[in-house]
Design a protein around this ligand. Sequence first.
Ligand code: ADP
Length: 257
Amino acid sequence: ARPITPESGRPGGLQNVINILAVSSCKGGVGKSTVAVNLAYTLAQMGAKVGIFDADVYGPSLPLMVTPEIPILEMDPETKAIKPTEYEGVKVVSFGFAGQGSAIMRGPMVSGLITQMLTTAQWGNLDYLVVDFPPGTGDIQLTLCQTVAFSAAVIVTTPQKMAFIDVAKGIRMFAKLVVPCVAVVENMSYFEAEGKRYFPFGSGSGERIQQDFGLPNLVRFPIVQDLSAAGDGGRPLVVSDPLCSTSRTFMELGASV
Ligand code: ADP
């Protein structure tokens, strides 16, 4: 990733965050949040100080995937600064931890609300802040990129042909905003049964994207029951089973950012 020095002017609570990573997809349900959360915990296991910001107002998934002891965000009544909560040593902020009707949920526009929450949270010193983008390449995503200088983007897709067109859109958006895409994740790439590999959604899309856009890293994750079970159980797979082959692939992804 491209580290950003404090002099380059990060707003508010992001001042001492070295790398801010965007994990993005153009469609919902491709596994973006699963990748974002497991990537964050992998970076923490590699020794980094890490935070996760779940930028989805409408369908926050972080509260399902991690289970902090204190599942709410506290707010300083004077400064209105949000204090991230924590799970397994990683600072986490999500609208799902804000509670219905809370003061921080009020706001005229969703994109304003997201950037406000992201920049006013007191992240402290972090090596990496992983931002789980809402799916798509609309106003919200653009505002996020214009407010915060992202160090790098990771694009998550599935192998279907249709996904290619959407991913290209995402890559172009980040290119316009001068955010380098450091990796493409082809999720649900294949599954293995009785020693055989099956490609239910076809294959080749990830390679095409990598070649067409000259992206440095393509990382594939198969369909793994344990990965979704861990996510649904509130404890990411890389935390509950750090030595399994999926967790090792996350190490590869971690090394590429
Ligand atoms: P998105 O953030 O793109 O909407 P999610 O990360 O919420 O997608 O994933 C959607 C569903 O698919 C979740 O139930 C998740 O556990 C599951 N899932 C994601 N990736 C995989 C995978 N590689 N193998 C099995 N299940 C997966």
